[in-house]
Design a protein around this ligand. Structure first.
Ligand code: AMP
Ligand code: GLY
Length: 427
């Protein structure tokens, strides 16, 4: 089977790495890929918003299965276009991808299908939005409606910050057309959890849970990033809470997808906020999470090709997913200046010294007289171990062997705090 992976992050490296383990895969292609993916896949440069050229490539290379990493091509309708030509592709159709492509649409969907989420209002006009602030107490959250490369969520602690955020988005078009509308949302206290689910026709099947670490600095301080590290499992999602999530969230999501006739054969990523009253949905993504994929796929023991194909043809069931009971820890090494700016072209040394059982998924890297940095998040150093503690030690021992100018990373990935696993701690 000839498989195409679209994207260039550590998430796509983890997907390609897992595909390589399948005896069914004869060749892996990646567009555009990165310095690490190019060791296991043939990489080609095509703009990801050029869906016609992506389709032409898949037809020319007789691709049997396409996996889409980032949300952009999904929101642009890549699945619809590939399906029209009879190509197998894993992901939601354009209409269903709006669950990530428009925060307002996602909120309306949640309200209509009684999916617990934060209270919100939507505006496209600055004056009304400023008046709308009166309905909320501070802190509150302001979100650009459309895709804003993970930067469209602003937590405001007072009126000044809220005015500045609203003006920036609605008047100064800080996020371009993605900010034609905004939502103002109630701030939810609690601890976050990531739950990726396979959606296949009339089924929604959760994968093993994960916990992202979005803030740049230790102890969840500093600015938000794309994700600085991850662990799986996320202990707060115990069987009791998962049973509640199934009834209050997953069943309602499935009912909504069916009722709205949304064709979805892929991953629905549910970002959750958990506190003493249970779980509420912060966001939907219509694709694998990054860095969640880097910690969940190493725990998957089943052949991932079977999972993709069975999801697309609707025959997938819970028993197809066999999981390792081990823990997985991943720490992201980022470039100097990230997340505001990012230094590039820095030589990366020490990769050859990393232990053989440690996975180093590449994100912003390129091959150029060795391996150089080429983006904000550079490497995701990952290990599977008998315990979180053991995994954490191994990850940090190996990070000590890797170096590039400006390298920054969190030192606390895998250290558990009571509020991370016990929702009663919010009582
Ligand atoms: P989103 O892209 O909507 O998940 O937002 C990015 C991050 O902003 C989340 O992972 C949370 O850390 C934070 N966030 C978003 N919405 C809320 C909310 N209503 N209350 C508290 N934090 C939020
Ligand atoms: N880790 C969150 C995301 O992939 O959007």
């Amino acid at each position: 089977m000839r498989v195409l992976v679209i994207g260039s992050g550590a998430r796509e490296h983890a997907i390609a790495w897992k595909l390589l383990q399948s005896p069914k895969v004869s060749k892996i292609y990646a567009i555009p890929g990165n310095g690490g993916i190019s060791n296991i896949a043939e990489c080609t440069n095509i703009q990801l918003d050029d869906i016609d050229s992506l389709l032409e490539f898949a037809l020319k290379e007789s691709i049997d299965l396409t996996i889409v990493g980032p949300e952009g091509p999904l929101v642009d309708g890549i699945v619809d276009k590939f399906n029209e030509k009879g190509l197998k592709i894993f992901g939601p159709c354009r209409k269903a991808a709006m669950l990530e492509g428009s925060k307002k649409y996602a909120k309306e969907f949640m309200m209509k299908y009684q999916i617990p989420t934060a209270k919100y209002v939507a505006y496209h006009d600055l004056d009304n939005a400023i008046k709308g602030l009166e309905e909320f107490t501070f802190p509150l959250v302001i979100k650009a409606d459309g895709l804003a490369a993970g930067k469209g969520v602003i937590i405001c602690s007072d009126k000044e910050e809220a005015y500045e955020a609203l003006r920036g988005i609605l008047e100064n078009k800080r996020f371009g057309n993605a900010g034609n509308e905004i939502i103002i949302e109630e701030f939810l206290e609690g601890t976050e959890a990531s739950l990726m689910c396979l959606v296949a026709g009339n089924k929604i099947i959760p994968l093993e849970s994960a916990k992202d670490h979005k803030r740049l600095l230790d102890n969840d301080e500093g600015p938000n990033t794309g994700g600085m590290g991850c662990i799986s499992p996320n202990k707060i999602l115990d069987s009791k809470l998962m049973a509640e999530i199934k009834v209050k969230i997953l069943d309602n999501v499935l009912n909504g997808l069916q009722n709205e006739k949304l064709d979805f054969k892929g991953i629905l990523f549910i970002g959750l906020m958990i506190n003493s009253v249970g779980a509420k949905v912060l966001e939907f993504n219509v694709r694998f999470g990054d860095p969640e994929t880097e910690v969940v796929l190493p725990r998957l023991e089943s052949d991932i090709v079977d999972i993709f194909i069975k999801t697309i043809d609707g025959t997938i069931c819970q028993e197809d997913l066999i999981w390792s009971q081990k823990s997985c820890v991943c720490t992201v090494l980022a470039s100097g200046g990230y997340p505001e700016t990012c230094e590039k072209d820095r030589a990366i040394s020490g990769l050859e010294k990393v232990d053989r059982d440690v996975l180093v998924f590449h994100a912003g890297t390129k091959k150029e007289n060795g391996i150089k940095t080429n983006g904000g998040r550079v490497l995701a150093v990952t290990t599977l171990a008998d315990s979180l503690d053991e995994g954490r030690k191994k990850v940090y021992e190996n990070i000590n062997k890797i170096l590039f100018d400006g390298m920054q990373y969190r030192k606390d990935i895998g250290i558990e705090k009571r509020k991370d696993w016990c929702y009663e701690s919010f009582l």
